[in-house]
Design a protein around this ligand. Structure first.
Ligand code: OSB
Ligand code: MG
Length: 369
């Protein structure tokens, strides 16, 4: 497969409603898309970083730089047999996993189309329907949060994740549990606590959470291990797992019992699949996290979630929760049982809506072999 063209596009997309975590509030997304052409086929990928380096150090600007000056020239330099070879070629560049993932995943889209199969199938995915949960941000009031939970449960979602931070934690979890005693509930702290809060975190055991996600340092495995030893609630790692090797270390240390896999954070499908395999052989359940993706990134998340180790409901939900107009056709919808059907058409299985992409595009740059 010879890559002939690559294009970077930056889109500005307003969210349907604000999304707030312990590190801040997002009202619109700046999304960098990668469009790759090879052998007459077109593949798409999405850079999933936030606008500011609060979740990870990547931003749209760092991704644009790394893609333009390093990854795209490397991808254009030689022909490839399989998309996973790009992951190997990108390895000398340290970090910048979200930039790498966008380009590698676009090439997976092309490879799948060339082979006439879905990306899910090419990866070794088995699930035809994936279980879905929602991630609900910090709200202006508890009533607003309870109302949102009610609405998502009515739509069929299988589990509710709420964002927590000091001052928006035990009291709101208490109110949620009083109102919804038996729902599958979890909390994501996005690194808002430290070991100094251990007694407070231990007190959350009374809420019967499925898990608590990334309570401690964004790059920590050691403190999480100490915390997990004292908690009944399973710890789930998000921010601090960047690939299969981190998972191996986390498992060895006992830093958590569950891992959230995000394609961008781990650097693309090749790394994500290995990470999934490491967890599966260790009996660690995984689920697919979200980064407020457009339809392109969302479609990639659906493909990955078809792997058999994705046994817990993920944060992959319907397009309409984020966008008035998503940039793919059809938009992602969720069944009344709280699942998304994995498409079986070739490649991504959703068609990029070029008109909507053009409308939202604020910057572009093209590269040729
Ligand atoms: O920690 O999982 C997270 C969104 C942006 C950055 C980090 C996270 C999230 C979410 C939202 O929880 C998941 C989604 O709905 O896409
Ligand atoms: Mg998280």
């Amino acid at each position: 497969m010879k890559i002939s063209h690559v294009e970077l596009l930056e889109l500005q997309l307003p969210l349907v409603s604000f999304f707030e975590t312990s590190f801040g509030r997002t009202t619109a997304r700046r999304i960098v898309l990668v469009r790759v052409e090879a052998e007459g086929l077109t593949g798409w990928g999405e850079v999933t970083c936030g606008e500011k380096p609060f979740y990870s150090y990547e931003t749209p600007e760092t991704a644009w730089h790394i893609l333009r000056d390093l990854l795209i020239p490397s991808a254009l330099a030689q022909p490839w047999n399989e998309a996973c070879e790009l992951a190997a070629a990108f390895r000398p560049i340290r970090g910048h996993n979200m930039a790498k993932a966008a380009l590698e995943n676009a090439v997976w889209d092309i490879e799948a189309q060339a082979k006439g199969v879905s990306i899910a199938k090419l990866l070794g995915g088995e699930l035809q329907e994936i279980p879905c949960g929602v991630s609900i941000g910090i709200q202006n009031s508890v009533d607003q949060l309870l109302e949102k939970i009610e609405r998502e449960l009515a739509a069929g979602y299988q589990r509710i994740k709420v964002k927590i931070k000091p001052g928006w934690d035990a009291a709101i979890l208490e109110k949620i549990r009083n109102r919804f005693p038996t729902i599958r509930l979890m909390a994501d702290a996005n690194s808002a606590y430290s070991l100094a809060d251990i007694e407070h975190l231990k007190s959350f055991d009374r809420f019967g959470l499925m898990m608590i996600e990334q309570p401690l340092g964004w790059d920590d495995l050691v403190d999480h291990a100490r915390l997990q030893r004292q908690l009944k609630t399973p710890v789930c790692l998000d921010e601090s797992i960047h690939g299969p090797d981190d998972a191996r270390k986390a498992i060895e240390l006992g830093s958590g019992k569950i891992i959230n896999i995000k394609l961008g954070r781990v650097g693309g499908y090749t790394s994500a699949r290995r990470l999934h395999d490491v967890c599966r052989s260790a009996g660690i359940p995984v689920w697919c996290g979200g980064m407020l993706e457009s339809g392109i990134g969302r479609a990639h998340n659906i493909a990955m979630s078809a792997l058999p180790g994705f046994t817990l409901p993920g944060d992959v939900s319907a397009s309409r929760r984020y966008w008035t107009e998503d940039i793919i056709q059809p938009e992602v919808t969720v069944t009344a049982r709280g699942t998304i059907r994995v498409p079986d058409g070739p490649g991504l299985g959703f068609a990029p809506d070029l008109r909507r992409i053009e409308k939202a595009c604020v910057r572009r740059e093209a590269f040729k072999h």
